[in-house]
Design a protein around this ligand. Structure first.
Ligand SMILES: Cc1cc2nc3c(=O)[nH]c(=O)nc-3n(C[C@H](O)[C@H](O)[C@H](O)COP(=O)(O)OP(=O)(O)OC[C@H]3O[C@@H](n4cnc5c(N)ncnc54)[C@H](O)[C@@H]3O)c2cc1C
Length: 89
């Protein structure tokens, strides 16, 4: 069994990347299979090796954004977010 999308790397929606990653997983899986005709196991191994490192960055961003919004200091952090930077000037 091989997994892709949320089944492989579910995360909160606060990085806005879950659907993007799911589509990329599908494309990468298709490319891996097409590059290794007759060797499905090697294709799945190559796909799975890259799968988790690829999603790790978004998962970390998603977790950090979740904390920014709903953590103990969520309100203060969101106020700081909206009152600093180019959007607030
Ligand atoms: C509020 C919210 C906002 C989001 N915003 C973004 C965003 O801005 N950008 C972004 O990229 N991503 C966003 N996401 C994440 C994105 O929606 C998911 O990462 C993406 O839909 C995952 O796709 P998937 O195909 O892996 O899983 P899913 O879309 O969950 O598809 C799985 C499918 O399998 C079906 N299923 C489940 N069990 C069975 C079964 N036993 N038999 C048959 N079918 C079954 C389900 O009904 C479903 O249709 C958001 C998610 C949420 C909740």
């Amino acid at each position: 069994m091989t997994l892709l999308g949320d089944a492989a790397h579910v995360m909160s929606p606060f990085a806005g990347e879950g659907a993007n990653l799911a589509m990329l997983d599908g494309a990468e899986l298709a490319l891996a299979l097409a590059a290794r005709p007759g060797d499905t196991e090697a294709a799945l191994a190559a796909y799975e090796e890259a799968l988790f490192p690829r999603s790790e960055e978004s998962a970390a961003e998603s977790a950090a954004n979740l904390d920014t919004m709903f953590g103990e200091k969520g309100l203060e952090q969101m106020v700081a977010f909206f009152t600093s930077g180019p959007a607030a000037q």
